[in-house]
Design a protein around this ligand. Structure first.
Ligand code: ATP
Ligand code: MG
Length: 470
């Protein structure tokens, strides 16, 4: 932090004379921090990102690292990914790189592919004026003011203005290795503030996911959300309803599978945001003694703890926990109404709950299927007859189902469940060779992973293991 303090002091000296207005705005000219004054070394930057930067530079284009990676490097945090911004158009980028794929509709981007590592390269984004609307250079808003297409190319100043937070409007140039701070982001880093650029309400309306991002950056980096940035959130949280469920799934992974799950849960409930991710849970989340709240809080605490010791966490397990109580209440209802056996009722309730949930966050099949397994195992784990029990140990999801049983016992403080949990703990000890190691197939039998074009953005565990690995 001493470095940030020094940097902020230097940045303040270099601040352009014109004063800053009430809302955070891009400065009339960026603050330049030369290489000798900042700590970012090329050794901290991924080799592939450097390759991309150099090739663009040699091709006669401007090339910068931008956003989160610059922010994180300044804070001494290892960046999750390296993003590049350039004045080259997507077509020009493509002509420079054989391993380039153009993607995206909302923002047209180039992905430079190095095996599993992907460097995202974006052309500077510009303003949205009607006269510039022609051909591919277009932007579009829906009735709520939300940007549904945003392919207007512009200058670096305009690009900086289109960034979300001041701390994300930092650029590292490959031409002179200097950092360019376009919106006083370094001062905000020093003060520990997440501050939106521009008018907060308008920026949230353009893209409501920024509300989730504000929370995520605050918890991840130990910052506070600046007051004007925080103020509209409760009021506008309902705008999350308009976000495509697949995008919210990606945000879910970033919020809850990257170390600060419990803190994010707490902040998101406080700011009325969590309820739009999980409308199935509704009001009970405000009551801290409700089972819904307690299991959510517990599973997020466990997640943080597991990630802290480098153990895997599976989204399927998280979803199973979050949706368990509404699902089992529904199953009980079905039994009452129809007299169906509980196993069948649970199948129906599971499908029902999933379909309601998928209107806000869509859960890909590779997670929803094991999630159901975990649920149904809760019934099968009640059967402790030796022959059946032995067979159950080799169920691919046994370990996750068992962990989940323990979780329920703890959350409900229910003697019977706790006893049952103990039975299975002992039973595994007595039959160590029967338990499937991590709830997955043996390595040799595993098929190679199939990954989509957005793999780099798909978060920590998205393509990962299918069990809540022990
Ligand atoms: P992290 O990678 O740790 O999640 P990040 O800030 O790098 O954080 P990315 O999603 O990788 O986040 O985005 C890279 C950069 O793109 C951001 O720093 C920001 O400048 C810009 N950006 C991303 N999403 C938005 C958005 N919704 N609105 C405006 N700018 C955005
Ligand atoms: Mg990033």
């Amino acid at each position: 932090m001493a470095i940030i303090k020094q940097l902020a002091k230097f940045a303040k000296k270099m601040l352009p004379a014109k004063s800053v207005s009430a809302v955070a705005e891009v400065l009339p000219e960026p603050i330049k921090i030369p290489r000798s004054k900042h700590p970012i070394s090329r050794n901290d930057i991924s080799e592939n990102a450097l390759k991309v930067l150099y090739r663009l530079h040699k091709g006669g284009f401007e090339a910068y690292l931008v956003g989160g990676c610059v922010r994180d490097l300044l804070l001494g945090v290892v960046p999750k990914d390296f993003d590049v911004a350039t004045n080259a158009s997507p077509e020009q980028i493509r002509s420079l790189f054989r391993n380039c794929r153009l993607i995206g509709r909302r923002f047209r981007l180039a992905h430079i592919v190095y095996g599993r590592d992907i460097i995202e390269v974006a052309t500077f984004r510009g303003h949205h004026s009607d006269e510039s609307d022609s051909g591919q250079n277009i932007s579009k808003q829906n009735e709520d003011g939300m940007l549904v297409r945003d392919n207007v190319y512009g200058t670096i100043e305009e690009d900086a203005q289109r960034r979300d937070f001041t701390i994300n409007a930092l650029y590292y140039s490959i031409a002179d290795f200097a950092i360019y701070d376009f919106a006083n982001g370094i001062a905000d880093l020093e003060q520990g503030l997440v501050r939106l650029l521009g008018d907060p309400e308008q920026r949230y309306r353009e893209d409501p996911v920024r509300m989730l991002r504000a929370v995520r950056f605050a918890t991840k980096l130990g910052l506070r959300i600046e007051q004007k940035t925080e103020e509209p959130i409760k009021r506008l949280s309902g705008l999350l309803d308009n976000i495509p469920p697949a995008r919210l799934f990606e945000e879910f992974l970033k919020l809850f599978l990257a170390n600060r799950a419990q803190a994010n849960f707490e902040r998101l409930t406080e700011l009325n945001l969590f309820q739009y991710l999980f409308p199935v849970l509704k009001a009970p989340l405000k009551q801290h003694d409700s089972l819904e709240y307690r299991i959510a809080n517990q599973v997020f605490a466990d997640t943080d703890q597991r990630l802290g010791i480098d153990k895997g966490v599976n989204p399927a397990y998280l979803f199973a926990a979050l949706l368990w109580y509404p699902m089992s209440a529904r199953a009980d209802e079905i039994v009452q109404e129809s007299g169906l056996p509980i196993y069948d009722a649970m199948q129906i309730a599971a499908a029902d709950t999933l379909s309601r949930q998928s209107r806000s966050i869509s859960i890909p099949k590779r997670f929803s299927i094991p999630m159901r397994d975990i649920w149904l195992l809760q019934l099968r784990l009640q059967q402790t007859h030796p022959r059946r029990a032995l067979r159950l140990l080799s169920h691919p999801k046994f370990r996750a189902g068992y962990d989940f049983l323990l979780l329920r016992g703890k959350v409900e403080n229910n003697k019977e469940l706790i006893e049952l949990g103990k039975f299975w703990t002992d039973y595994q000890k007595q039959n160590p060779n029967e338990v499937q190691a991590t709830g997955t197939k043996p390595k040799s039998a595993r098929r190679p992973r199939k990954r989509g074009p957005n793999r780099r953005k798909s978060g920590p565990s998205a393509g990962g293991s299918t069990g809540n690995n022990g």
